[in-house]
Design a protein around this ligand. Sequence first.
Ligand SMILES: *[C@@H]1O[C@H](CO)[C@@H](O)[C@H](O)[C@H]1NC(C)=O
Ligand SMILES: *[C@@H]1O[C@H](CO)[C@@H](O)[C@H](O)[C@H]1NC(C)=O
Length: 339
Amino acid sequence: MALNLLLLGLLINIFVFTADAQSVGVCYGTIANNLPSPRQVVSLYIRNRITRMRIYAPRSDILEALRGTNIELILDVPNVSLENLTNPNLATDWVRNNIVNYPDVSFRYISVGNEVDPNNDVTRQFVRFVLPAMINVQNALEAAGRANQIKVSTATYTGLLKDSYPPSIGVFHVNVADFIRPIITFLVKNGSPMLANIYPYFAHIGPPASPDLPFALFTRTTPAYKDGDRPYFNLFDAMYDAHYAAQSRLGGADVKIVVSESGWPSAGHNSATPGNAGTYYRNLISHVKSSRGTPVRPGKPIETYLFAMFDENDKTGEPTEKNFGVFTPGQVSKYQLSF
Ligand SMILES: *[C@@H]1O[C@H](CO)[C@@H](O)[C@H](O)[C@H]1NC(C)=O
Ligand SMILES: *[C@@H]1O[C@H](CO)[C@@H](O)[C@H](O)[C@H]1NC(C)=O
């Protein structure tokens, strides 16, 4: 009997683990004045069997709503908090207030900063804080006995790459290398993944290059090109492999890349239509959940987080920025996706 129960437990574990390992996540951005409450949002995730979430700052109402749900979470340290976390005591406080105090929330990764970039006028100021903050958060998690389950990383993006075509020549900008190399060393040392925001949409609309729409939407039936003997059928794989090539040059060949954002807007540009967006999300989900992998990393699903859960009406910048949701603020599914 005991043995039977043990076997049953193992089977259930294997089942849950397998189902879980293949789910896509969705980023829960909140730059809007018309979104449902965190409780309603968490319930929308559960009804749609979305088992992973990313949030961009610790918010007690969201963390409360996540208690006991098993939804696995990427929690960001917002850029504006990075400087504080270069102080070990403040990092310990941050980890206690936002992680340790929620033992029934399934934290998966802490993203220390988002798209911090030495070549960007707005985010350059944060560059020198990222690694010290990562180290302090890591130490605080270790002290709290949580460093085995929760991995510390930072979210990069394609803007850090100098070259990405063909993918095998992928390389970081010269001045980015000095920023990212010690971060890669940190990731290797702690068995953490690299997080990367990868948007074929932005590559498609350019500048400089404008890869064709079927390549960006995963609808080509013949390769767009071959890189050596590797055929590329879709731009997502090409961008992913370019990131991989870039980090491999700096000692990160064994660091897994988690796609911490990818999406396509439904309005605000000629290429941003509901039809294109629906095609992109559907094909992205089926691609990353399959074990096709990419030409350089075949045979494995790619852990991926769609951007974003809702259209966000308070976002600034390009008109498309408000239109990345896979749901409307009224909780209507825009593309009937199966996550
Ligand atoms: C990062 O910081 C910049 C500057 O404060 C800000 O514009 C951007 O929205 C921030 N991103 C996140 C996700 O915190
Ligand atoms: C930084 O830390 C100080 C002191 O604990 C706190 O008052 C302040 O709100 C923090 N700033 C941010 C942006 O988190």
